[in-house]
Structures are given as structure tokens and as C-alpha cells.
Design a protein around this ligand. Structure first.
Ligand SMILES: *Cc1c(COP(=O)(O)O)cnc(C)c1O
Length: 369
């Protein structure tokens, strides 16, 4: 059996039992020391001034936009450019804040927001861009930031799949290129908790203060509520787990890169298209997912299943074609729609053995169309 990801094996590498006992004894279950320490450590790791722990990646995205509205930097019906080939939470954050998504097409090569098309998406209502570092690869942040600066737009990085990715040097990582970054610690992410969790990174003091208050029921001192907030705090227990796992993130990401390299040289099937990766900037990709393309996707997935290789489609329906967004279903975004019928994510993780990687490549090469 070649599992897509073996979460039990990933987490068995950490000795959490003794710290769990101390945690129970501490009785600091909400916003205790573990949360404060994790926030400081993750901010330092990303190269951001602030980190605010929150309950999930979805709430991180939602709260960033809500805070900008509170601060008067966004208003009802303002528009946000967002790729349609993303996890739906990116777009939920926009529409649930009464903002309008402007759906963008990806590049076929790297699946990321096509920065050369930004100009064509610009309308007077556009006030922000939400690049998604899909599958673990950083978007073209130089172009996106320059465009945003020229048009006075906010840049919110959906970094839920790209913990630790960097372009030039490791002092500035995903989440520290734009005005704010959103992270998810969903168990299968490169840095995963034992449940839900998330974080927001930013260098903006005012935004950070607002976010802390919004995520804590709009409160900065107990039972005094100054903002219309929600309960979206990061569990201290998850903060403890994340603190134990953060020191291994860089080596885990390096290990994923090795798997990607092996796949890239070992998969030689002429009908399978490999994902593009920027050789000039190897650390810009942390390989949350290894996504291949083929015209025979359904048959390939069935063939892999028969050979005990688990595979998943990320994501089977572009967001603008989802039922919940019936009002956008008429839009045609052919590049994203076409990609969605060809993509397939094959196993990759920090605990996948080199032998398994090799065997999966051999199974793929033996696929008869
Ligand atoms: C996982 C993910 C999210 C949402 O994170 P949750 O913690 O599951 O709420 C948002 N955006 C992207 C791109 C993701 O992969």
C-alpha cells in the first residue's frame, strides 16, 4: 500500500506525551504560554513582525479581510482578485465579508495565478489581490507586489500550502511578502497540528492589534467587547504540538524536495506532464503536493488504485463552478477548467521512503493508455 500521506507516522516522530502531561497540569488551556511562544517562534521563522494564532486557515483568511474592513481599508462590495483553482476557503473569506471575488486564471505550467493577466482583471472596485501559493510554490510575488503598489492594492497571501517557502533568502518566507499572510495547520499541511489550527502573519501593528481583538470575541480585556468579533483562537494544545514540530519543518521540506527531484527524473511516461519547478530558486517550492497532469486522468487514477497507490484531485471543481457560487457558474475560465480535468496529486510526504517513491514512479511508467 502506498498511502497518500501517513499522518500517524508523521506525528509518531515527536515525543509529545510528557509535554501533554505538563500541559494538563498547567491549566492554561486558552491563550496560555504555549500560544504566545508559538506565535513568537512562527513570526521569527516567517520573517514577520507579528503572528496571531487562530483556529484555522479559513478563519485566518476571513479575519484578515474583516480587519481591513474594520480599519476602513476595505468596504462592502470592493473586489478582490483571487485564483479560481484554489481551496474554497480563499473565496469564502471574500464573499462572507461582503466583498466580490474577481476570479483569475492560472498559468498552465505552474498552476499559479498568472501575474501577466492582472492588468486585464483590474476594475475601479478592485482593492486587493489574494495570491495562493498553491501546492507549496510561491507565486510571482515581485510582479504581484509591484502591481499592487502601482494600483494601491492590498496583498493577502494564502500561504496555507507553503509554510517555509522562500524566494531569495530564508529571512523572508511565505506570509512575509504581502501585507498579511494566512496559514492553515490542518493535519495534512506541511506543518500540521493534531486538529484544526491557523495563523496570520503581518508587519502591520494596527492590523495585528485589530486581528487579536477580532479573533478573541472582539475583546482585549475579559467581558469587555470593543469589536464585533468571533471566537477563532488557536488552541494552546495545538500551539504546543506546533512548537514541537516547527524545528523539523525545514528538514521535512528539504526531504519533500528530494522526493520531487526523484519523481522528476524517474517518471518518464510520455503522456504524463510533470509539475514545473523553478530550478533557479529551489526553496520557493515546499512541495505540499506533487501534481501531475494527463489527458487520461480518470483511467490513470483507477489504474493507480488497482496498484495500491492512493491519489487525490486538488481540486475537482474550480471555485466559480461550485454549486454554492451559482451566481458565478456562468463564468468560463478555460485554463482552470481544463487543468481541473487533467490534474492528479500523487503521494508525497516527509515520511515516504525513497523505495516507495521509486516504486510509485515505476508503477506510473508502466501505465498503458
Ligand atoms: C487548507 C487550505 C485553506 C484552509 O485551511 P483550513 O485550516 O482547512 O481552514 C485555505 N486555503 C488553502 C489554499 C488551503 O490549502
Amino acid at each position: 500500500m502506498f498511502p497518500f500521506i501517513d499522518l500517524a507516522k508523521i506525528n509518531a516522530r515527536f515525543d509529545l506525551h510528557s509535554s501533554f502531561e505538563a500541559f494538563v497540569q498547567s491549566a492554561q488551556y486558552i491563550q496560555g504560554e504555549e500560544s504566545t511562544h508559538f506565535e513568537r517562534e512562527f513570526a521569527t521563522y516567517c520573517g514577520s513582525k507579528h503572528c496571531i494564532g487562530v483556529s484555522s486557515g479559513s478563519s485566518a483568511l476571513y479575519l484578515i479581510l474583516k480587519a481591513y474592513k474594520h480599519l476602513g481599508k476595505l468596504h462592502d462590495n470592493d473586489a478582490v482578485i483571487v485564483p479560481t483553482n484554489t481551496y474554497i476557503a480563499s473565496v469564502f473569506a471574500i464573499t462572507q465579508n461582503n466583498l466580490t471575488p474577481i476570479f483569475a486564471e492560472p498559468n498552465v505550467q505552474d498552476f499559479l495565478l498568472d501575474s501577466s493577466k492582472l492588468e486585464s482583471l483590474l476594475t475601479p472596485r478592485v482593492r486587493a489581490i489574494m495570491p495562493v501559493h498553491l501546492y507549496g510554490q510561491l507565486c510571482d510575488m515581485d510582479t504581484i507586489n509591484a502591481f499592487a503598489k502601482a494600483h494601491n492594492l492590498l496583498v493577502i497571501e494564502d500561504s496555507a500550502q507553503a509554510h517555509g517557502a522562500y524566494l531569495r533568502d530564508s529571512h523572508t518566507r511565505a506570509g512575509a511578502y504581502g501585507d498579511a499572510g494566512a496559514f492553515s495547520f490542518y493535519p495534512a499541511k506541511n506543518l500540521g497540528a493534531l486538529g484544526d489550527g491557523g495563523a496570520i502573519t503581518t508587519n502591520d501593528d494596527e492590523l495585528a492589534t485589530t486581528l487579536r481583538c477580532l479573533a478573541n470575541a472582539g475583546s482585549t480585556s475579559k467581558y469587555t467587547h470593543t469589536l464585533d468579533g468571533i471566537n477563532a483562537r488557536l488552541d494552546s494544545l495545538q500551539a504546543l504540538v506546533l512548537r514541537a514540530k516547527l524545528p523539523l519543518l525545514d528538514s521535512d521540506n528539504a526531504y519533500r524536495r528530494e522526493i520531487a527531484k526523484t519523481y522528476a527524473s524517474a517518471i518518464t511516461h510520455s503522456d504524463i506532464i510533470l509539475p514545473h519547478f523553478r530550478i533557479s530558486s529551489p526553496h520557493s517550492h515546499v512541495w505540499h503536493l506533487f501534481v501531475i497532469r494527463t489527458k487520461a486522468r480518470e483511467r490513470l487514477q483507477a489504474y493507480l488504485a488497482r496498484n495500491d497507490v492512493q491519489s487525490i484531485i486538488h481540486y475537482p471543481i474550480p471555485v466559480h463552478k461550485q454549486q454554492v457560487y451559482a451566481r458565478y457558474n456562468h463564468l468560463e475560465l478555460p485554463i482552470a477548467q481544463n487543468l481541473q480535468s487533467e490534474i492528479l496529486s500523487i503521494p508525497i510526504s516527509q515520511v515516504q521512503t525513497p523505495e516507495d517513491t521509486q516504486k510509485i514512479a515505476e508503477i506510473l511508467n508502466a501505465f498503458v493508455l
